[in-house]
Design a protein around this ligand. Sequence first.
Ligand SMILES: *Cc1c(COP(=O)(O)O)cnc(C)c1O
Length: 350
Amino acid sequence: MGQATLTIDLDAIGANWRALDRMSAQGTQTAGVVKADGYGLSAPKVARALAEAGARRFFVALAQEGAAIRLALGPGPQINVLSGHMDGDASLIRDLDLTPMINSIDQLTRHLDALPDHAFGVQLDTGMSRLGMSLAEWDAVREIVLTASPELLMSHLACADEPNHAMNAAQLALFHHMTDGTQVPRSLAATGGIILGQDYHFDLTRPGIGLYGGMPFDRATRVVSLSLPVIQTRVIDAGDVVGYGGSYQAAGPTKVATLLAGYADGLLRAMSNQAVLWHKDHPCPLIGRVSMDLITVDISSLEDEPTTLDLLNPWQNIDDLAAMANTIGYEILTSLGSRYRKLYLGAGST
Ligand SMILES: *Cc1c(COP(=O)(O)O)cnc(C)c1O
């Protein structure tokens, strides 16, 4: 097998959705966030697995992503577009029954002009300064918006993965201030917000990373495994160097395995001389720089000749690997390349 294999357990995604759904307050709906092609794992497949688990609402970043979900799921589920109503998106929004989350007065005008009777929601900025209407903008258009019957008011937490961060309570208070008394369904929590507790849940939660097995949902079921083929092995001598720049120098005789995957497959260059690969439960250090299609691994401690080594397995999850590359599980997942053979396990895999 000349191709690395990324194994994706769709049943685990369904189990994670059900676990997050059980953590949500009574009467709170649990959506599924499937932006960026389902965090890199194939949005149509992930969405079908989530629908099977019970999800009835999905969030995407772009209208085009929403179209792919609609084609996969058919009519019925609600599909919310976080980037709102962008110029040129009206026909996609209308024809595929997408619900834009309006982020600004410009978007509000565009939406009400183009599709006055079409469902929409509003995203409010409660302190993250990224997307959504500020308090001043909201005050200016609140009555117009409420008259047009939005189906959801939402905001997003900047520091939900740090439970003691003062911003959580501040954003919660501002969200209450902006939305109390509106009678419109509300949503504030992504994965981190679900874990903060029921005060943050409102009518709808929007987990993403927890579905895919990532922190801060520390009780998540593992979703992805990644196994890389060994092309060749060699034994080098003390003083020999490995890879571009000669950034690794052997201290003694070292058995080096060369594996067929590199930064073009999402193995971040920051993993150079940092990451660990696995032969079953046995760790082997990545040595030298990650190249475009190849990495080199010190397998001196192995007794047998492995034909593959694992980068994600029961002993190393996306967050462990992220720590080795000084990043987050989200970036590990969404970087995983398109060159892998993707093997789907579970009910929705066919
Ligand atoms: C990405 C995103 C989510 C999901 O966040 P996770 O941390 O992956 O659970 C929810 N809401 C918004 C607005 C997002 O951008």
